[in-house]
Design a protein around this ligand. Structure first.
Ligand code: G4P
Length: 528
């Protein structure tokens, strides 16, 4: 095949990129792992910032006032580093319990996910939710079981838990030799090597090639007891475990499992190297023009997140764009497909925590931040020379609802403007009751209400009153004829922004009953 020079360069740039998100429950060690990964890439300055963040309990992505007050990271950010010829983009997802729809949406910009699990706590609530979003897209999921230096569950129990709770089979890439205080190292099943801790503080790691896990060298280093245990467990795994199958991994049907300890930097490097080898490069995306390959020379991308006031000195917004195809060059003109206009991308930013560098060029898989004077919406497509529209990003079902009113009715105009703009950013969803024209807000995490209240006041000068409502589930309903009187008990019928009918339910029982009683209707978890 005779490829042009541009295509060749594009192919090379695509091949070396890996864009992924780390999914975990708070406290599993995501910050610690991210910091270690960045250290391998030489982004030491940032790692320093991350440390400082821990000390002051401030997040690196603390752009918003409320984040500072609460000392947590509300919004997701993007980090980029180079390692062994690869360019790696990590999409950060908020670690706090009060995560938002934004977190879910960020996952749509990732090509794979790293699922971080605490060896003692196993699969936790937030991990399950984030896993499900990834599993729906069928992206590969790599598991890192962290805190091996502490007593935890047995590796077999953890594998069983992955299957029982998440429905995914797993294949251990390495296996712990001892655990907690007894932890002596790991055995790398793929490379036939042992990685052993040395010294009491586990600060030095000795890597040694061996013939197999039977090798007497391991016995010498780890002692009889641990070696016997290792042999027994690995024999069992060889017979009863799933073999490694890259095709299944790439389809998200099998998760490679790595054991380690992020805080001790133990197993992190091997994990990173294996991950880079196995994880997919930037994937094509579906669009109205068919599948768009990353190597398509025409630039295209879509906005998956909009964030306001990252720099409090400016009241700007930043639209995060995932590049799908072609090369991005600073100052280039592209078509903003929804509004049908050419725009110039002159102030793109790349994100490395608080440093917002101006990007000169970027490639598929990269995320760039575009200065947004209010022209972008979640899901907007930008493209060079065509009308590509990427598949709409899913609207996730909110789980917490509040009725909202302006405390001062005279501020109605600003109030409406605030609601419109904040819903466009996509962290809150707005519904209207059919009968009383009341406004109900729905969010995925409670914190979003606080953010909403704060921003309405700070940015629009409107004090709002939020009254919590008892609903827990939202389902978009599709039927020929919808009868509101059917949704009165433990439920209510509302309309979303696009006038779709949505039923809010107080509990699962009410939802199940409604589904049974309305056999002709379809109840959807995401907006049609
Ligand atoms: P998160 O972002 O997922 O919420 O977790 P984070 O990295 O902040 O880690 C949560 C806690 O777990 C931290 O302790 C961190 O030091 C600890 N941790 C992370 N990896 C490991 C590990 O491999 N082994 C052990 N034993 N602990 C680990 P902390 O006490 O909350 O904070 P700090 O005072 O240590 O900074």
């Amino acid at each position: 095949m005779n490829m042009s020079k541009t295509t060749n360069i594009l192919q090379e740039e695509v091949d070396k990129r890996r864009t992924f998100a780390i999914i975990s429950h708070p406290d599993a060690g995501k910050t610690t792992l991210t910091e270690k990964l960045l250290l391998f890439g030489g982004a030491i300055r940032l790692a320093g910032t991350v440390k400082a963040r821990k000390a002051s309990k401030h997040a690196t992505s603390d752009w918003m006032e409320i984040e500072k007050q609460r000392g947590i990271s509300v919004t997701s950010s993007v980090m980029q580093f180079d390692y062994l010829g690869h360019r790696i983009n990590i999409l950060d997802t908020p670690g706090h319990q009060d995560f938002s729809e934004d977190t879910y949406r960020t996952l749509t910009a990732a090509d794979s996910a790293v699922m971080l699990i605490d060896v003692a706590k196993g699969v936790e609530a937030q991990t399950i939710k984030l896993f499900q979003v990834c599993a729906k897209r069928g992206i590969p999921i790599f598991t890192f079981i962290n805190k091996l230096d502490r007593e935890g569950q047995s590796p077999f129990d953890l594998m069983e838990e992955l299957e029982r709770v998440l429905g995914i089979r797993s294949v251990p890439m390495n296996w712990p030799i001892g655990m907690g205080r007894e932890l002596c190292g790991v055995y790398d099943r793929m490379k036939n090597q042992v990685e052993l801790f040395q010294g009491d503080d586990h600060s030095k790691i000795n890597v040694q090639k061996v013939d197999s896990y039977e090798d007497p060298v391991i016995r010498e280093m780890a002692g009889e007891f641990l070696h016997d245990q290792l042999k027994q467990e690995l024999e069992l795994l060889d017979v009863a475990g799933d073999p490694f199958d890259l095709e299944k991994v790439l389809k998200g049907e099998l998760t490679p499992v790595f054991f380690g300890s992020a805080v001790n930097n133990f197993g992190v490097q091997t994990f990173l190297e294996n991950f880079l080898e196995l994880a997919p490069k930037p994937e094509p995306r579906k669009s109205t023009e068919g599948v768009v390959e990353p190597t398509n020379e025409k630039f295209s991308g879509y906005v998956f997140k909009i964030q306001a006031n990252m720099n409090p000195a400016h009241r700007d917004r930043v639209a995060f764009l995932r590049i799908v195809s072609g090369k991005f060059e600073r100052g280039m003109s592209v078509k903003h497909v929804r509004v049908g206009k050419e725009i110039k991308l002159s102030q793109p930013q790349q994100f490395l925590a608080q440093d917002r560098d101006i990007v000169q060029e970027a490639y598929p898989g990269d995320i760039i931040g575009l200065f947004d004077p209010g022209i972008f919406r979640i899901g907007d497509s930008l493209s060079q020379g065509s009308e590509i529209v990427f598949d709409e990003l899913p609207t996730f079902s909110p789980e917490i609802f509040s009725k909202v009113t302006a405390k001062n009715a005279l501020k109605h105009k600003q109030y409406q403007k605030g609601i419109d703009q904040l819903t466009e950013e996509g962290t809150i969803q707005v519904f209207r009751t059919a009968s009383f024209d009341e406004t109900i807000l729905g969010v995925v995490g409670q914190l979003q209400f606080e953010v909403f209240e704060h921003r309405m006041k700070a940015e629009y000068g409107v004090e709002v009153q939020l009254q919590r409502m008892p609903y827990q589930f939202a389902r978009w309903i599709i039927d020929d004829k919808i009868d509101p009187s059917k949704f009165r008990i433990n439920s209510t019928l509302v309309k979303d922004k696009k006038d779709n009918y949505v039923v809010l339910f107080e509990n699962e029982y009410a939802m199940r009953t409604a589904i049974e009683k309305n056999p002709t209707a379809k109840f959807l978890e995401t907006a049609p």
